[in-house]
Design a protein around this ligand. Sequence first.
Ligand code: NDP
Ligand code: HSE
Length: 435
Amino acid sequence: MSTKDRSPIRVALLGCGTVGGEVARLLTEQADELAARAGAPVKLVGIAVRRPDKHPELPQELLTSDAASLVVSDEVDVVVELIGGIEPVRGWLLAALRAGKSVVTANKALLADHSAELSEAADASGVDLYFEAAVAGAIPLLRPLRESLAGDRITRVMGIVNGTTNYILSAMDSTGAGYSETLDEASRLGYAEADPTADVDGYDAASKAAILASLAFHTRVTAGDVHREGIADVTSSDLAAAKLLGRTVKLLAICERVNSDDGVESVSVRVHPVMIPRSHQLAGVNGAFNAVYVEADAAGELMFYGQGAGGGPTASAVLGDLVAVARNKVLGGLGPRESAHAALPVRPMGQTPTRYHVSLDVADIAGVLAQVAQVFADHGVSIAAVRQRDRHSTASLVVVTHLAPDAALQATVDEIAKLDVVHEVVSVMRVEGED
Ligand code: NDP
Ligand code: HSE
């Protein structure tokens, strides 16, 4: 039977905004090629949006505001969800999966907290759940973790996974542009979430980190397990201090396999601003681009790089998933299932080894350095480098530490801030990429 003669794979699209609009366009414009790759025509049979009257550009006969009915319609085989947020989408996708529809979604917020129940519903119905677009936009990253590296032991996943904050930090670093004007531009370009505080406060990156850690370490990690700090407190002084030292600031997601002294294995998952050397490969990742390092025992180091946000790049990943689902339907079979067999514990942030860069304004008098160094020693924190610059009656002191438990570093900074000789703690930032 020729591809064209096969029954079409019937697709319901939920949401037709920045990403959904591109998916709808490409489904129409590339219909023949997609059919050839999928093995059957891939046909859009319904589009649910919040305000159908605002979409004169879409085929009116496909439009509905009743997503709940569309997802369980007998006329639908696959549901592509591009609305975002948790409720009511969670309920709709569970209903779709229970009704035997495969699901493709880019919704990291939902997956980070509910992938277990969604995966279980997919398994129970014998249908697919694909979500490549949920992390790092166009970059093929989840499929390599789920499939290509399924035979290896991943030890670390670290990278830039939020385009909006990377766009802001890149602009602050290169042009000294203000924070809010850059955020407005990121929203206009379609990178930011509907509520951009999800980007700026690190929630979006934390959801992605939870998904990455779950896949990399075969362990269920939710957004609540991720230590999260955003970029709202990163100032132009931080960036200037970083620049002086040949570093820059990035918001990184870091997922690590950690062994305690007694050999107990756990995972540490965190999102926070980090100072990295300007020579580090992640320092050159600018704008809405994302880049993720993966380290595995046998494979060694891998790096994934590309556009992490925006309608076109994200639609590319969605359509890749849709073709995979369609192929599975045509040929029979299913994509990879959830793998959570390792069930490793999540290590609290306070016990996670990190390194700090601390910049202080101190009195320019004898014994200051000794007092500051004593506080580090009292907390068992070893100093890697110290740099002092005199001003008139004050001095600028920069201390970079070796690895120490994050709680010890935090306690050190809190105590240093109380010293009479310390006028101001100018900047405190974790350091990566210098070991
Ligand atoms: P948009 O805000 O641009 O679009 C959201 C769409 O959902 C709109 O068409 C809206 O309808 C529709 N919608 C909202 N509420 C409802 C509802 N109750 N019922 C039916 N339709 C509804 O979002 P994006 O396209 O930017 O993002 C979509 C998803 O993709 C999110 O999960 C996001 O996190 C994810 N994503 C986005 C990326 C990006 O770069 N933008 C990148 C990677 C993932 P209407 O048009 O009528 O308002
Ligand atoms: N708001 C997200 C970002 C979209 O800026 O990275 C891509 O997931």
